[in-house]
Design a protein. Structure first.
Length: 175
């Protein structure tokens, strides 16, 4: 995401977690795209929602995937994750993190942008609702992420787009 920190233009990553059933969305702005920032962002979201999701669908980011393995190369590869559907070699850090927190990572197909459409839509939604007009950001990620979380919880009080008789928050409680 392009933004200004103390008046200087820069690019920052935004971590989005959308719960599958309820469509609860959480966002966390990261100072960099490395494993430490990813892990810290996920932990902050897990803490905020009070649980670790059983499954997390991920992009093929370098912080989690060290190699995408083609099916015809499977017999020659070792240490393959999800060999049947989306064969990957995971980074050691991400593999340890996933096992330590007890979730299963599912990965999008390579070069299949259509699979990431809903997450990209949430990034645009966060940008339009939280960063336009441009906010004054002084580099305090804790304060900004607190604002993002408050915005996401406020939005969860709205009716769900499909289950119109319940709010996103009510559906999240069932999830």
């Amino acid at each position: 995401m392009h933004m200004f920190i103390n008046g200087t233009p820069c690019k920052r990553a935004i971590l989005i977690l959308t719960m599958h059933y309820s469509n609860l969305r959480m966002a966390n702005l990261l100072p960099a795209q490395n494993f430490e920032c990813l892990a810290k962002g996920l932990l902050q979201i897990f803490e905020e929602i009070g649980r670790v999701p059983q499954r997390i669908r991920c992009d093929n980011m370098k912080t989690s995937v060290s190699k995408i393995i083609l099916r015809d190369k499977l017999p020659y590869e070792t240490d393959v994750w999800d060999a049947m559907d989306h064969p990957r070699r995971l980074t050691n850090d991400f593999k340890l993190f996933m096992h330590a927190y007890g979730f299963v990572a599912e990965f999008c197909n390579a070069s299949s942008g259509y699979e990431k459409g809903s997450v990209e839509n949430v990034v645009g939604w966060i940008r339009r609702n939280c960063f336009i007009p441009s906010i004054a950001f002084d580099g305090d990620y804790v304060a900004l992420n607190k604002r993002l979380v408050q915005f996401c919880w406020k939005e969860s009080k709205l009716k769900h787009y499909y289950f119109r008789d319940k709010t996103i928050e009510e559906l999240f409680a069932e999830e």
